[in-house]
Design a protein around this ligand. Structure first.
Ligand code: NAD
Ligand code: DAU
Length: 360
């Protein structure tokens, strides 16, 4: 049975992808993950006993470890999720982003090149390197239009610049060395197992606990939201049927301002756990979750609007998102309500305090 090497498989999207791959493809899945603050074995607890699943703790920027894993498992595909992923942290500590996102991707590409050189022709034909990237590489949109695959790169944060650099390396390794690679550029994901530094879980947990809901700037920044399972399905389609050397944009056409989204989270929470029955709000005399909203200092370099044109993956690979924002959001809010132990475990050294003002 072929193996897929999934880097960053203990994080949010990676762990959802591991579950998706084991359920939908006849493959072994080998996860390589450093287990940073964002990576947790709890995210993979339900697949830990699957004989097709194997976990290795390690750093993608450590060439010797990567080489060893590739030689041992002889992967037919390498799917790279491993990254420092939070824009606010990239403002405070950009070096970690360059090291993992750029140097780490370079190390993986070198390992893939060496692996390909050892394979026979059939092995080389079958191998794929899929690099999971972001729409943030394209920069910021005005009031209209959407990112398509040929939109020029204009990254604005250290995070998006490091992801853009990695995308360029992947492209160059295809053009120069023939590494059979694909890149997917996706919009904002949400769903189970997302680390509570990101907008949706942070607002959900703050609201549950009666804490303020910090909205950056005027709350008018727009993001294009996609349920994580739909992203995973798109990645698997690109891996199994995508054209080598191509980029595929993935997005759900669910544009919302941050203020609209926070209001939608408050409404989903009100349906699942009415504020009147929440002791954390009652104690503070707060009648509704929306009363917790506060406008706070903006994120430095804050991109105004993202929107994805997913026409290529739709027409070439038949991809369609299966969740609309309202059903996906209420399922997500319920998941956080029902998984408070997970929330406590992953936040042992994080208090959801403000990050990313160092550059302001
Ligand atoms: P995450 O922060 O939840 O998970 C990242 C994972 O990578 C963690 O398990 C972490 O331990 C691991 N990791 C970090 N550095 C590592 C290293 N040096 N070696 C090995 N493992 C390492 O991130 P996420 O939100 O799941 O994002 C996954 C990927 O998808 C990233 O590449 C990100 O750029 C991309 N992406 C994310 C979104 C989104 O909305 N979250 C959207 C589009 C693309
Ligand atoms: O677009 C894809 C990207 O989406 C991914 O590449 C990144 O890995 C992922 O983190 C995400 O980046 P964003 O910066 O868009 O996500 P974040 O959840 O940090 O913020 C979403 C929006 O909400 C953004 O406009 C900033 C705002 N925000 C965020 C937080 C954490 C707030 O207003 N308040 C907050 O407390």
């Amino acid at each position: 049975m072929p193996a897929w090497l999934v880097t960053g498989g203990a994080g949010f999207i990676g762990s959802n992808f591991v579950r998706h791959a084991l359920a939908h493809s006849d493959v072994r899945v080998v996860v390589l993950d450093k287990l940073t603050y964002a990576g947790h074995l709890e995210n993979l607890a339900d697949v830990a006993d699957d004989p097709r699943f194997h976990f290795v703790r390690g750093d993608i920027a450590d060439a010797a470890s990567v080489d060893l894993i590739v030689r041992e498992h002889q992967p037919r595909a390498l799917v790279n999720f491993a990254a420092e992923s939070h824009v606010d942290r990239s403002i405070d500590d950009p070096g970690a982003f360059v090291q993992t996102n750029l140097v780490g991707t370079f190390v993986l590409l070198e390992a893939a090149r060496a692996h390909l050189a050892r394979l026979d022709e059939a092995g080389r034909d079958a191998f794929r390197f899929l690099h999971v990237s972001t729409d943030e590489v394209y920069g910021s949109l005005g009031a209209s239009g959407a990112f398509h695959e040929s939109t020029p790169y204009e990254p604005n944060s250290p995070y998006s610049a490091s992801k853009a650099g990695a995308d360029h390396l992947v492209r160059a390794y295809h053009a120069t060395y023939g590494v059979p690679s694909l890149i997917t550029n996706c919009s904002n994901n949400y769903g189970p197992y997302q680390y509570p530094e990101k907008l949706i879980p942070l607002m959900t947990l703050n609201a549950i606990e009666g804490r303020e809901l910090p909205i950056y700037g005027d709350g008018g920044n727009v993001r294009d939201w996609l349920y994580v399972e739909d992203h995973c399905a798109g990645i698997r389609l690109a891996l199994e049927r995508g054209r080598i050397g191509e980029k595929y944009n993935i997005g759900g056409k669910n544009e919302r301002t941050n203020l609209e989204l926070v209001d939608a989270i408050c409404a989903a929470l009100e349906a699942a756990m009415p504020a009147a029955e929440n002791p954390a709000l009652r104690e503070r005399g707060i009648a509704g979750y929306r009363d917790l909203r506060r406008f706070v200092d903006d994120r430095p370099g804050h991109d105004r609007r993202y929107a994805i044109d997913a026409g290529r993956i739709r027409s070439e690979l038949g991809w369609r998102p299966g969740h609309d924002l309202e059903t996906g959001l209420s399922a997500t809010v319920r998941w956080y309500l029902e998984n408070r132990d997970w929330c406590a475990a992953v936040q042992s050294d994080y208090d959801r305090g403000r990050l990313g003002l160092a550059g302001g």
